[in-house]
Design a protein around this ligand. Structure first.
Ligand SMILES: [Zn+2]
Ligand SMILES: [Zn+2]
Length: 227
């Protein structure tokens, strides 16, 4: 589904205070091991490590970025320019003039197999490398695009293996979420009839993402039945 753009809720980003070392919250040992491994493999500049904060806590990541994370997402890289964040607050007498100009914020889902933790870190660091190199890319198709090819090249896993991991972890995540929030509402696209089962009612207008990637009122989802 695609949400109508203006209704999206946003709060001001609140990145962690800057330190000399990267901020790693979660399974520190594992995260740090793969972080260092792929940081070197991607030949990333050491100086950028001071602007890196990584967490396995969704709520903390949402606080840092000021944006709610899609509950099914397994990993996320967010580049935050704090100049922009500061501009939203009153500047008079602000003690934060020494704040860094940018942050590399990374989320890694904790409930995954070890290989998936590894490749997700590699994946998010590819996004970070793109940003550092000034060539940020968007996904064309997760597991099938140029980013996936690069991920296979640096991790040594084949594209098929990466897709299988992505699929398994996606299903596991879906299942865990499902157990916590049973499906109650069935929405349907009036055009292609694609069905969208939901735990809650949509709180804002949504349209079918198969019919149009962008929000399009022509494909506005309708509540078809209660489950
Ligand atoms: Zn990605
Ligand atoms: Zn549709």
């Amino acid at each position: 589904m695609t949400t109508a753009p203006r209704a999206r809720k946003k709060s001001a980003p609140a990145p962690p205070p800057q330190q000399d070392e990267p901020i790693i919250h979660g399974d520190t040992q594992t995260l740090l091991r793969w972080l260092i491994h792929y940081w070197e493999k991607l030949a990333l500049p050491t100086a950028e490590l001071s602007f890196l904060a990584m967490t396995q806590d969704r709520r903390e990541f949402a606080r840092w970025t000021g944006k709610r994370l899609n509950p099914l997402v397994l990993g996320c890289y967010c580049y935050l320019s704090t100049q922009r964040a500061d501009a939203q607050r009153p500047t008079s007498g602000s003690p934060h003039t020494m704040a860094p100009v940018h942050w590399h914020l990374i989320f890694i889902e904790p409930d995954m197999q070890p290989q998936s933790i590894e490749v997700t870190i590699a994946h998010e660091l590819i996004h970070l490398a793109d940003r550092v190199n000034g060539t940020p890319r968007r996904h064309r198709h997760h597991g099938f695009d140029a980013i996936a090819v690069e991920e296979a090249a640096i991790t040594g896993y084949s594209l098929e293996e990466l897709r299988a991991l992505l699929h398994e972890e996606g299903q596991r995540r879906e299942k865990a979420r499902r157990a916590a929030r049973p499906l109650r509402y069935l929405y349907e696209c009036p055009h292609c009839k694609k069905q969208y089962p939901r735990a809650r009612r949509y709180s804002q207008p949504v349209s079918c993402s198969s019919c149009d990637k962008d929000y399009n009122p022509r494909f506005h989802l309708r509540l078809a039945s209660l489950l």
